[in-house]
Design a binder for this molecule. Structure first.
Ligand SMILES: Cc1cc2nc3c(=O)[nH]c(=O)nc-3n(C[C@H](O)[C@H](O)[C@H](O)COP(=O)(O)OP(=O)(O)OC[C@H]3O[C@@H](n4cnc5c(N)ncnc54)[C@H](O)[C@@H]3O)c2cc1C
Length: 285
């Protein structure tokens, strides 16, 4: 459908700027290790550097598994939550991606292309019969004038990449390069001359996403077993059983993926807290 100009980074930076302009304080690169609980009330957090920060309420927008089973040591959970985190899949959409920065103007090309392959390509020991591409020219704000980015998206298997990375980092890196070379060969047929135009390339696996976002297996949430639309609306962990002054927002609170949903859960919580504090909930557009 489209992408925000400048990409995700500019998009999130605008939100951060709005927040700090309104008086919010933002600390980046500050990993939360633990949520402090006293008398079954969340009263603050402990960061990786050991510092403690007390608070009237605690809201986690981080990974659900990490929040529930690490930061809170699995002390506030339910059968539904436990069952949910036991039924994750081995592979997921968007898991394996190849990015190419090109000295080539792709503004005459479509924004997205599905390549149906005459011969399957074997990635992660599995045949793939199509590759999905997203194309960004300089109008997207993510490439300089006359240059472009191609993102190649396919499913990725967590166990495959995680094992490789833990057992042999060099092998992991060379496997990623092998993926890149196979993909490049296919792209050359659709975009002749592309091989010589690649200025930079990068490959992300579920292990990369895990490392950067701390999300469980580098995954996005999966559907709740036997759950319907009402389960998604209600969420499985917007609050946790037996724990007061604590809330969760973001994709894991509702198990629904996507930026709009993540933003909506945050907005709805603030609205709820305003009501509790008898404050008028206002927004500016
Ligand atoms: C490859 C890929 C492509 C996608 N494409 C789209 C798309 O085109 N459109 C769309 O709407 N959605 C897309 N999604 C889904 C979307 O990115 C997610 O649903 C969304 O980012 C969820 O937002 P969130 O804030 O809940 O979680 P996240 O974006 O995962 O943010 C969680 C944040 O918490 C931080 N964190 C985690 N643990 C800790 C800790 N212990 N201490 C401190 N901080 C911590 C992380 O660093 C991270 O910044 C895509 C997802 C992937 C993986």
């Amino acid at each position: 459908m489209g992408w925000p100009k400048g990409g995700s980074f500019e998009f999130s930076r605008r939100i951060a700027k709005k927040f700090t302009n309104l008086g919010g304080e933002l600390n980046q690169s500050s990993k939360v290790e633990k949520i402090i609980v006293e008398d079954n009330k969340a009263v603050g957090i402990v960061l990786a550097d050991g510092s403690e920060h007390r608070a009237a309420i605690v809201v986690s927008a981080a990974d659900g598994h990490e929040t529930i089973y690490e930061m809170l040591e699995g002390k506030y959970t339910s059968e539904t939550i436990d069952k949910y985190y036991q039924v994750y899949g081995e592979e997921q959409e968007f898991g394996l991606q190849v990015f190419l920065g090109l000295n080539r103007d792709l503004s005459d090309e479509p924004h997205a292309v599905s390549l149906l392959l005459d011969e399957p390509v074997r990635l992660e020991l599995k045949d793939r019969y199509s590759l999905y591409l997203e194309l960004f020219d300089s109008n997207s704000g993510v490439a300089p004038e006359g240059k472009s980015v191609i993102k190649v998206v396919t499913k990725g298997n967590y166990g495959y990449w995680k094992r490789l990375r833990e057992e042999d980092l060099e092998k992991y890196r060379s496997e990623k390069e092998a993926v890149y070379n196979k993909v490049l060969k296919i792209l050359e047929r659709r975009f002749p001359g592309i091989k010589e135009q690649v200025e930079v390339h990068d490959i992300t696996t579920p292990a990369t996403v895990e490392r950067y976002t701390l999300n469980f297996h580098g995954w996005q949430p999966w559907p709740v077993p036997d759950g319907g639309v009402m389960t998604i609306m209600k969420g499985i962990s917007k609050t946790l059983p037996g724990l007061q002054n604590f809330y969760m927002v973001g994709q894991w609170a509702t198990t629904m993926i996507g930026i709009p949903n993540a933003a909506l859960t945050g907005r709805n919580l603030v609205k709820k807290l305003c009501k509790k504090d008898k404050k008028k909930f206002k927004t500016q557009v």
